[in-house]
Design a protein. Structure first.
Lengths: 117, 116
């Protein structure tokens, strides 16, 4: 079974702090994703990566950056945390390439609930 | 731009009855995949069912089936014989190619409550 592990279940940080959210997957997946989930807004894509050192902006990249130095690890960085970044953050992975016609669901971690005060 | 729309923020269904959760999508691509996920109160995202845009038959997985109407760009999830454990958030998602790379886009979700 694919396992996606997020380093923290709950985090509380202060405004202006630099925050690192870590995600590790154990199934050699090429693609990794960071989403934030907010009530009424669903899951919104922040960044994704389809290969080591490669990254693509999602729909809401402002205020975030990412790092993928190793295939299994994808980090989300909040350079200077703000209260409007209080949210649930979900990491996910999927096998690489292929067609969208191939069933290739995302495998999610359990999420990190971040509170910025 | 690609978009997923779920117009039902919340739904109630009686135990053992069937329920349909609506999902419409917008894409200019011909090749795409549609997914449904369940998120119980524990927070984990559970993959339920997949439909490819060229699949001629509606997907089914146990009590879950997908009512796929390509011309209408809708992919509604049907849950038959609802159980109390089906109470959860349900998300519709689409995978298609954007700017040369594939990404997954989600709707805002529908919260389903099954009543005893």
């Amino acid at each position: 079974d694919v396992k996606v592990t997020q380093s923290s279940r709950y985090l509380v940080k202060r405004t202006g702090e630099k925050v690192f959210l870590e995600c590790v997957q154990d199934m050699d997946h090429e693609n990794m994703f960071w989403y934030r989930q907010d009530p009424g807004l669903g899951l919104r894509l922040i960044y994704f990566s389809y290969d080591v050192k490669m990254k693509e902006k999602g729909d809401i990249p402002e205020g975030y950056s990412v790092s993928r130095e190793k295939k299994e690890r994808f980090s989300l960085i909040l350079e200077s945390a703000s209260t409007n970044q209080t949210s649930m953050y979900l990491c996910a992975s999927s096998p690489g390439g292929g067609s969208p016609l191939i069933e290739s669901p995302l495998h999610f971690g359990n999420g990190t609930r971040l509170t910025v005060t | 731009a690609q978009k997923i729309t779920q117009t039902q923020p919340g739904m109630f269904v009686q135990e053992k009855e069937a329920v349909t959760l609506d999902c419409t999508y917008d894409t200019s691509d011909q090749s795409y995949g549609l997914f449904w996920y369940k998120q119980p109160s524990s927070g984990e995202m559970i993959f339920l069912i997949y439909q490819g845009s060229y699949d001629e038959q509606n997907a089914t997985e146990g009590r879950y089936s997908l009512n796929f109407q390509k011309a209408r760009k809708s992919a509604n999830l049907v849950i038959s014989a609802s159980q109390l454990g089906d109470s959860a958030m349900y998300f519709c998602a689409m995978r298609d190619i954007t700017s040369g790379t594939y990404k997954y886009i989600f709707g805002t979700g529908t919260r389903l409550k099954v009543l005893a």
